[in-house]
Every structure is written in structure tokens, then in C-alpha cells.
Design a protein around this ligand. Structure first.
Ligand code: S3P
Length: 416
């Protein structure tokens, strides 16, 4: 039997599901964007053998199911429909397996521990069911519930926080549903959001040295269990690892920082040939475009503080995008707030080059301050911002090649 699969939802503009399922099987995976009034005809027609269902239809499809699995029944939500040859249709929920995998990956044993689940929608029910099954004491925090953001002091003993709200999701990044200041016993934060890879909440958790995981693993694992339902056979964990690596690497921005004139733009251009599907974003070019004048003109007419303000605005704009090659101005590291803007979705490479070889032409700062002095001041900042250092001591192509190899190794490591 030919498998006809896909995803049913209302709006599916940025879904990663087709890319994930491409790693899980060789079946057709199509997107079905349906309005509520089209749902009935679609589910009666059934132009699929097995299909995923996403918001807002996880409940609406239930009356069309001949049978529900115990998990779907318990959650009151279906994300996987499978048609049987006898004409029946079974409804299942693989989000449960997805979150179970995420929790397992965290390495945290929640038995007997207090876990706060932020949000009270469908995703929250799944999270609560898994946590309860694992023996946790679960507290749902929502804006208008019994436990809300005004009485969080009742839960200072929380061991784990799970974010099942959309707060912090692209494009509205840089905000967090909760402050982690008041949870002295907290061990970890799991955020179901996967775009950006590091929400504000996850970066807060990382800064405190807590376990911090985003929702990409859950997304991939729910897809793997769905694929098993679609195909009727088991799918090895290696396939989801491949899918994870693929999505993680295509989403992540490759970011170049380093002293003015160290070759960031030239290396960025060389990287572009190695990653032809990536778009390039040069922050200095974007600043000049925004200001309608050249960088030296901005410095001359409005001063450095104004330039830095424009720079942060541009970093906020590009840092939350996915899959870019971002080349930055040498001074972007001078403002700590810029770190999170870049880190939220990127891997940051510090391009190192002998100060005697740095270009100074058209660079107001380099002409004003001796380069060795500038380097002395900025070196700790480049170190603070960077995930990796790469020395630009060969051709731009050679340096780009080193970055590309380091980036691939990083992506593989992330998927383990
Ligand atoms: C600056 C570096 C320049 C540019 C501006 C300020 C700096 O970019 O952003 O002149 O403070 O180091 P390059 O690093 O591309 O020269």
C-alpha cells in the first residue's frame, strides 16, 4: 500500500515537519492547510493513509475517529490519524512520546519533585500527563489559574520548570514568561519552543548552570513515533538523530566576530560558497542602509553611541532569524546585551588575525585607537561572545573551510 501522509492544520507557514519526515521514511508528506469549514469534507474524503494533526484541530478530529489509543483518550487530543484497510480510522497522540523523550534527555529524575508547568493549553496537558506518570508533583501555572504569576512564591521549591506557553517564540523573542530568581532548588528548564533555539528563558537557565533543553527533540521524536504509525514498522533512533542534526544545523546562524579588518566579510563571502542555501547578513551594511549613510558618516555626524544603538537594533533584527551567515562589526562585543541577540540562534566564531595585518581603511575606530590597545581591551569580550576561535592565517577559503568543519562537528555533538 502506498503511504500518503502529511500535516493537517490551519496555517502551516514555517513547519519543519516535511524536512523531519524526509529523514524518517520515503513516503509522500504533504501540507494540508484547511479552514474549519473545510475540515468535515477533508476528514470524510481522507486523501491520506496516515496524517499528523496540529493546532487548532487536535480536538476537532476526535469525532471522526473510530478508535482512540489510551494516550489520545487520556489527553483528549489527537496528533496522528491512521486509516485502516477496513475503513476505520484510529487517533493517537505522539506528543506524549515526544515530551517523554525530552524529559529523559534532560537526565532529571522528577519522582516526588515539584515541577511547574507554565501554560494551560494542549501542550501543557501533554507535559502534565508525562510528568505525573513519572511521579512528579505537578503545578500548572497560568495567568488566571489558581497558581498564577502573582503567587509563584508558593513554589520556591520547584525542581523543574517546563514552558508550555508560546512566550519567547520567534518573532517575539527576547522575552520570558518567568524570572528564575526565586527558585533556589531549581535544577532544570525545558522549553517546548524550538525557534529560537535558545529562548530568553533557556539562556537564563544556562547562565545559572541549569539543565536547559529546547523543544526540537520533542518535535523530532513525535514525528518518529508518527512515522512508525504511518509505516507500520519501527524506525531507528538514528533517523531522528539525523533529522535533529539536519534541522538544528539549517536553523543555526553562523556568526563571525573579531577585530575590525580581520577578514570577517571576506570569509563570510567564502562561507557563502560552502553554504549556498544560506543568506548572508552583514550588520555594518544593514546599519548603513538603515541610517542612509556610510559608517564613517554616522560616526562623524552622530557619534559612536548612536552607531552602537543602531548596531544593537540590527543585531536584534538578524539574530533571531534562522540559517544566516552573519558578519558583524568589530565592536559589537562592546555591549553585553548584544551577546544574547546573537547567541539565541547562532554559533559564534571569533576570527583571529595578527594585529599587524588588520585592515584600517574606512574604519573610524581603528584610525582613532592603536590596534594593539583596541585588541587588549576587546580580547576578553571576543572570548566572552565566542563559541569557537578560528585563526585567519591562510586564504579566506581555508578559514571558511575550518569554520564549516567546526560547525558540522558542533551540529553532530548537539544531536547526541
Ligand atoms: C567597528 C568596526 C567596524 C564598524 C565600525 C565600528 C569597531 O566594522 O562596525 O566602524 O568598533 O570595531 P569592521 O569590524 O567590519 O571593521
Amino acid at each position: 500500500m502506498q503511504i500518503q501522509s502529511g500535516l493537517l492544520g490551519r496555517r502551516l507557514p514555517h513547519t519543519y515537519s516535511p524536512a523531519i519526515h524526509a529523514h524518517l521514511g520515503s513516503y509522500d508528506y504533504r501540507l494540508f492547510e484547511k479552514e474549519p469549514e473545510e475540515l468535515d469534507a477533508f476528514l470524510k474524503d481522507r486523501p491520506f493513509t496516515g496524517i499528523n494533526v496540529t493546532i487548532p484541530y487536535k480536538k476537532s478530529v476526535i469525532p471522526y475517529c473510530t478508535e482512540l489509543t489510551p494516550i489520545a483518550e487520556k489527553l483528549g487530543a489527537v496528533n496522528t490519524l491512521v486509516c485502516r484497510e477496513n475503513g476505520s480510522m484510529i487517533g493517537h497522540n505522539t506528543d506524549y512520546a515526544g515530551f517523554s523523550c525530552m524529559l529523559k534527555k534532560s537526565g532529571l529524575d522528577v519522582t516526588g519533585r515539584k515541577c511547574l508547568v507554565l501554560g494551560s493549553g494542549g501542550a501543557s496537558s501533554t507535559v502534565c500527563a508525562v510528568l505525573e506518570e513519572s511521579g512528579a508533583e505537578v503545578v500548572v501555572v497560568s495567568r488566571s489559574g489558581e497558581n498564577n504569576y502573582q503567587n509563584l512564591y508558593l513554589h520556591r521549591d520547584a525542581f523543574l520548570i517546563v514552558n508550555a506557553t508560546p512566550v519567547g517564540t520567534y518573532p517575539n523573542t527576547g522575552v520570558s514568561p518567568i524570572s528564575l530568581d526565586d527558585f533556589p532548588q531549581l535544577q532544570g528548564v525545558l522549553d517546548l519552543i524550538y525557534n529560537p533555539a535558545r529562548t530568553q528563558l533557556l539562556m537564563d537557565a544556562q547562565q545559572r548552570g541549569l539543565v536547559a533543553l529546547n523543544g526540537l527533540r520533542m518535535l523530532v521524536e513525535q514525528a518518529r513515533e508518527s512515522a512508525e504509525w504511518f509505516t507500520g514498522h519501527s524506525i531507528p533512533a538514528d533517523c531522528s538523530r539525523e533529522a535533529f542534526t539536519d534541522i538544528r544545523s539549517s536553523m543555526t546562524n553562523i556568526i563571525l566576530i573579531g577585530m575590525p579588518g580581520c577578514g570577517k566579510t571576506t570569509i563570510g563571502n567564502a562561507l557563502q560558497s560552502l553554504f549556498p542555501h544560506r543568506q548572508a547578513a552583514d550588520t555594518d551594511a544593514l546599519i548603513a542602509e538603515k541610517a542612509g549613510m556610510s559608517i564613517p558618516e554616522i560616526f562623524e555626524s552622530f557619534g559612536e553611541a548612536y552607531f552602537r544603538q543602531l548596531e544593537s537594533e540590527v543585531l536584534a533584527q538578524v539574530g533571531k532569524e534562522s540559517g544566516l551567515i552573519i558578519t558583524t562589526g568589530g565592536g559589537c562585543v562592546t555591549k553585553e546585551e548584544n551577546y544574547r541577540l546573537l547567541h539565541q540562534n547562532g554559533v559564534i566564531f571569533w576570527i583571529q588575525r595578527d594585529t599587524g595585518l588588520l585592515e584600517t581603511c574606512g574604519r573610524p575606530i581603528s584610525q582613532r585607537v592603536p590596534l594593539s590597545e583596541l585588541y587588549r581591551i576587546r580580547q576578553p569580550m571576543y572570548r566572552r561572545f565566542s563559541d569557537f576561535t578560528v585563526s585567519n592565517d591562510g586564504t579566506p577559503e581555508q578559514t571558511a573551510d575550518k569554520i564549516s568543519r567546526q560547525f558540522s562537528a558542533w551540529c553532530l555533538e548537539e544531536s547526541l
